[in-house]
Each structure stands twice: as structure tokens, then as C-alpha cells.
Design a binder for this molecule. Structure first.
Ligand SMILES: *Cc1c(COP(=O)(O)O)cnc(C)c1O
Length: 404
């Protein structure tokens, strides 16, 4: 059973006061807070097994290597990947996308097309633009409607055999929209295009199934899913990881090095050059255990309750407009108040101990589409409460009265 009071006890940071008020942390889409088990696991790693992996014969190095590989297996199981070598450790979503976009230079030629959507994070736009510039390819954009939903008929119209890869997010960080990625993947495969899913906003809320989705690449960050900063995962289908050239050269990723020519290591090591974030990789496994222990179904159900409560509460405020009203969305509420700059609202609610994000949320094209300079974004996690939403609504009303 999901017990919110018990869950909150797991997060020591929630006990503190900010600006003299109890902290209300509603910036979960930027990064999540960490449960005590994760904090302890970081400290335990450095207190008892810190050593470089895959190198030494000594006992500590073996312990660290085993822990790192156990975590890879946990992640494989969690996302239902067919093979553990399809799970690559990265430093986050951004590096996962760059790894794929860089390697796709091999497959994208002049006149080819690469497709993203109108609601992508900058990190799922810019690496593809860079690829298109290198290759002389064209970047296509799947448009969205006024609710912040992708227009699927337009997507199908844009697809053809020149499209080499489609890169879309599972869940939008600025709108909360949950995209129909299974449909997107199947349609792309029908024209021979590969698909990368940016799962940065999905990993904290749901359990993506690689084999059921049949996506070619799926990437997420540890820090948004209760794990350490600088940890992350790129899932890649074996057949693609075998074809894709290495991203970075260095130690760990080679079989043999000669000045004439070097050969590369087997998967997954081919894509893990240099000393990785060992502690991050290991503790990401701890974070995933924690999420499973709370239960992702419980998490999603409770967050949906917070979403409908928050939507209703905020909508009662006159002049407040919610941006991103998709039928299928997660617990992200982006909003603006007529005639008031989002930054000013953010600054005033911060004085009341409430952390929200203001600005473009690394999605400038989304802001342009809705013709706003930015939004105030409140993103709820499973450790938030309805009382905290009441506090936000009261603070927003106060800000509105002060500024309006
Ligand atoms: C946060 C985020 C990213 C970037 O993740 P990093 O952890 O900064 O690498 C990419 N896409 C989406 C949808 C995000 O929310």
C-alpha cells in the first residue's frame, strides 16, 4: 500500500525550511530528490568498495566491477531489454542522444531526413541539427495541436524512406504530454527508419518495456528518477549497437591498440570509453530498486491524483492559463497569468518556500508555438501532497495580487 507519510520520511531534504517556510519542492521535472537509501548507497560505495572497474585483479576492483555489472542487470530487467549488453551506462540523457546522433553520421547521407517533434527538449533537437549539418540532411518536425499533442496524421504524412531516424520524447518536460510512442515506433519501422525515444521524463513515472515497444534506442537520466546526478542509461538494440561506430575512443573500449589500427571491445564496452561514473552506475540500480519497492503503478496513480487536484485548484485562479492540456499527461502543470511575467511569479512563490521552475524549460520552440516568453512549471512527484498544492495555489494568488 502507498503511504505518503512513510514515503516522505524517506526523503530527508523535505524536512527543511526555505526562506523560513517548509520546503515545497515542485521542480521534479528538473531533478528529483533522493531517498535516504540512495544517499546511503553513495556513501557506502566510497566508504567500502571504491576502486576502478574492469581493470584490477585485486579484491576491491572485483567488488566494484561486480556491483557495476549487477546494476546493469537490474536495469536490463527493469526495462525488459533482451540482453544486458544492450544497456549502456552514460552520464545522462544528453550524452545518450549525442552518442546516437554522432554515430548516425554513418547512416545519414546528403538528401536524407531526420525527424524530431515540436515538443522536444533542446537536447533532442540540437544533436540532430548538428548531424544534419554534417551530412547535408534535412530536419523535419512533427507538429502539435493547441493542447500540446502530436498531430499523428501529419507525422504519417512526413514519413518516407528518406527518413533515417525519428527522435521523440516519451513524455514532454514542459507540457507533460505522454506521447503514443508505440504508434510512432511502428510507423517509423514501416518505412525503415530507426527510432530513439528520449525517456528522461518517463523513467521517474513508469516502466518502459524495450521488447514490447520495439524501439531502437531509449535513453534516460538517473538524476530525474531518484538516482545520482551524472548517471544515465542508453538502451540500444544489439543490431544497432553493432553497426554504430564508437562515440569516444580511449581505455576500456578497445580490444587491441596498435599504431596502425586498433580494434574495439565487445558490447557494451565499445561505448564505455574511460573510467565511467562508477558510483553513479551502481547507485542508479539502488534508485531503481527503490522506485520498484514503492511501485511504479502506485507512483503513477498517486501522481495522477495530484495532477487532477492541482489542475482544478490552479484553474480556479482568475486569469491563469494552463499550457499543455493533453488528454494523456503526467503530473506537470505549466501555466501563465495574464499580464504577469512567469519569472516574477516564480520569485514570489520562492519567498514562500515553494520551488517551481520558470522560463522556457529547454524547449524554446514550445514557448514560441504557444507565443509565451516562458511558463511557470510545477511538476509533482510521488512525495508531494495536496496540502503542498494548496500552498502553491495560495502563493500564486498572493503573487497575482502583488503584481497585477
Ligand atoms: C531533462 C531532460 C533532458 C536532458 O537530460 P539531462 O539529464 O540534462 O541530460 C532531455 N530530455 C528531456 C525530455 C528532459 O526532461
Amino acid at each position: 500500500m502507498f503511504d505518503i507519510n512513510k514515503v516522505r520520511e524517506d526523503f530527508p531534504i523535505l524536512n527543511q525550511k526555505v526562506n523560513g517556510k517548509p520546503l515545497v519542492y515542485f521542480d521534479n521535472a528538473a531533478t528529483s530528490q533522493k531517498p535516504q537509501v540512495v544517499i546511503d548507497a553513495i556513501s557506502d560505495y566510497y566508504s567500502s568498495i571504491n576502486a576502478n572497474i574492469h581493470r584490477g585483479v585485486h579484491a576491491l576492483s572485483q567488488l566494484a566491477t561486480d556491483a557495476y555489472e549487477v546494476s546493469r542487470l537490474k536495469i536490463q530487467k527493469h526495462i525488459n531489454a533482451k540482453h544486458s549488453h544492450e544497456v549502456l551506462f552514460t552520464t545522462g540523457t544528453t550524452s545518450g542522444i549525442n552518442l546516437v546522433a554522432s554515430g548516425f553520421s554513418k547512416f545519414v547521407k546528403e538528401g536524407d531526413k531526420v525527424m524530431v517533434s515540436a515538443m522536444e527538449h533542446h537536447s533532442n533537437i540540437v544533436p540532430w541539427q548538428m548531424l544534419c549539418e554534417r551530412a547535408g540532411a534535412t530536419l523535419l518536425v512533427i507538429p502539435m495541436n493547441d493542447k500540446g499533442e502530436l498531430i499523428l496524421e501529419e507525422y504519417e504524412r512526413l514519413l518516407d524512406e528518406q527518413v533515417k531516424i525519428v527522435a521523440v520524447n516519451h513524455i514532454s518536460n514542459s507540457l507533460g504530454t505522454i506521447n503514443p510512442i508505440k504508434f510512432i515506433i511502428d510507423k517509423a519501422h514501416a518505412v525503415g527508419a530507426a527510432v530513439l525515444i528520449d525517456g528522461a521524463q518517463a523513467a521517474p513515472h513508469l516502466q518502459p518495456d524495450m521488447q514490447a515497444l520495439d524501439c531502437d534506442f531509449y535513453t534516460f537520466s538517473g538524476h530525474k528518477a531518484c538516482g545520482p546526478t551524472g548517471s544515465g542509461v542508453l538502451y540500444g538494440k544489439e543490431k544497432w549497437l553493432n553497426k554504430l561506430p564508437p562515440y569516444q575512443g580511449g581505455g576500456e573500449m578497445i580490444k587491441e591498440v596498435r599504431f596502425e589500427k586498433s580494434t574495439y571491445a565487445e558490447l557494451p564496452h565499445k561505448f564505455e570509453a574511460g573510467t565511467p561514473n562508477i558510483e553513479g552506475g551502481i547507485v542508479l540500480g539502488t534508485a531503481i530498486d527503490y522506485l520498484n519497492q514503492v511501485g511504479l503503478h502506485n507512483i503513477m496513480a498517486y501522481e495522477q491524483e495530484l495532477l487532477s487536484y492541482g489542475t482544478q485548484k490552479l484553474q480556479e485562479i482568475e486569469g491563469l492559463k494552463i499550457i499543455g492540456t493533453a488528454e494523456n499527461k503526467t503530473s506537470v502543470i505549466s501555466f501563465n497569468i495574464d499580464g504577469i511575467h512567469p519569472y516574477d511569479i516564480g520569485a514570489i512563490v520562492d519567498k514562500m518556500g515553494i520551488a517551481v521552475r520558470t522560463g522556457h524549460h529547454c524547449t524554446q520552440p514550445v514557448m514560441e508555438f504557444f507565443n509565451v516568453p516562458g511558463t511557470v512549471r510545477a511538476s509533482f512527484s510521488f512525495y508531494n501532497t495536496k496540502e503542498e498544492i494548496d500552498a502553491l495555489a495560495a502563493a500564486v494568488v498572493k503573487a497575482k495580487n502583488m503584481l497585477g
